[in-house]
Design a protein around this ligand. Structure first.
Ligand code: NAD
Length: 324
């Protein structure tokens, strides 16, 4: 039986990955500070532990694994990452997790480890034009991410690559672009734009108002969780190290996404543009490299995944007694 370790298995992407690996017949160990919030984990073994502690990493990697997925990070949406208030925690905590996990895997002679980097590592100067952002993988340098979160991702990419070069570890690195779907954080300050907008639409009665941070003309692309996992497994099991974008290339403005969600909910609401953290002006996944290397790229239209996600968030809002 094949075995896998999923770090960050209590979080959004990690908890979905555990389910997928179980469906594939793996024996899976998860590790996180917490259990998944929205449904029980099917992991065969789940360690509650803090990966900033090298002893916890050593204990977690106390046996060989065929595949290790490193999703654990101190992270959140724009309201968490772009205010500047959490910079020290973001850099310190996530860097420690990556340093410790890599060391533990190396000492145990584990070869294959996947690292989830982010499009937030791309330089700000390439993302000023909302209609023409440049996120080709080879445009990462000279580096100028617009957040400390992005700088930590860049540092950790280089750390994994160094372990690959010096110690022959088979690392695989993806730069995720805005992953969304059911069972992601939808309230409390760490939620991302898709879930936050779904929540605002679900909470407001028809004719009400929803807040949009900035003018809403900033652009992004959003990738549904199922395609994120498919790309991740394809990369992990290929010979390609990366870093490579895993994202959708269906770029939309935040205003357009809000309109799409209102259409799905069949609710007409007024968009009120208010000051708020926004990140770069434009971003889109450039999928030329992933297609060239893996012969695959995400293709599902945004609206398909958004429909599933809206219905799930609306159900949570209803359970919380906050439906509009
Ligand atoms: P998430 O916050 O839902 O999951 C991260 C998990 O890591 C959480 O469950 C958290 O408890 C755990 N964690 C944090 N500190 C820990 C510690 N010290 N010890 C053990 N566990 C700890 O985030 P996610 O959306 O599932 O993202 C997973 C990975 O993908 C992260 O590395 C993130 O930076 C990266 N990523 C995500 C997106 C996205 O849109 N979701 C985009 C780009 C990159």
């Amino acid at each position: 039986m094949k075995t896998a370790l999923v770090c960050g298995a209590g979080g959004f992407i990690g908890s979905h990955m555990v389910k997928l690996l179980k469906k594939e017949g793996f024996w899976v160990r998860g590790v996180d500070l917490k259990y998944p919030e929205f449904s029980p984990t099917p992991a065969d073994d789940f360690i509650i532990g803090d990966l900033r502690d090298p002893q916890v990493c050593k204990f977690t990697v106390d046996r060989p694994f065929d595949e290790v997925y490193q999703f654990a990070a101190d992270m959140g949406g724009a309201g968490f990452v772009f205010t500047g208030e959490n910079d020290a925690d973001i850099m310190h905590n996530s860097a420690l997790i990556n340093l410790n996990m890599l060391e533990a895997c190396y000492k145990r002679n584990l070869k294959r480890i996947f690292y989830s980097s982010s499009a937030c590592m791309y330089p700000e100067y390439n993302q000023k034009d909302p209609d023409n952002p440049n996120c080709a993988e080879d445009c990462a340098y000279p580096a100028e991410p617009d957040s400390e979160y992005g700088w930590e991702k860049l540092f950790s990419e280089r750390l994994y690559l160094a372990f690959h070069r010096n110690y022959g570890m088979e690392v695989r690195i993806a730069r995720y672009h805005n992953i969304f779907g059911p069972e992601g954080i939808w309230q409390g300050g760490r939620e991302k734009a898709p879930a936050a907008l779904c929540r605002k639409v679900a909470e407001n009665p028809p004719g009400g108002e929803i807040d949009i941070w900035g003018d809403g003309n900033q652009t992004r692309s959003f990738l549904y969780i199922d395609e994120c996992l498919e790309g991740t497994l394809r990369l992990m099991r290929s010979d390609f190290v990366g870093p490579v974008n895993i994202g959708s290339d269906e770029m939309v403005t935040i205003n357009r996404m809000a309109d799409m969600i209102m259409g799905i909910a069949d609710k007409k609401l007024t968009k009120r543009h208010v000051p708020g953290p926004q990140g770069v002006r434009g971003r889109n996944s450039d999928n030329r490299l992933i297609f060239a290397q893996l012969g695959w790229k995400p293709s599902q239209p945004l609206e398909v995944g958004m429909r599933v996600t809206y219905n799930w968030v609306a159900e949570q809002v209803k359970k919380a007694g906050k439906s509009g």
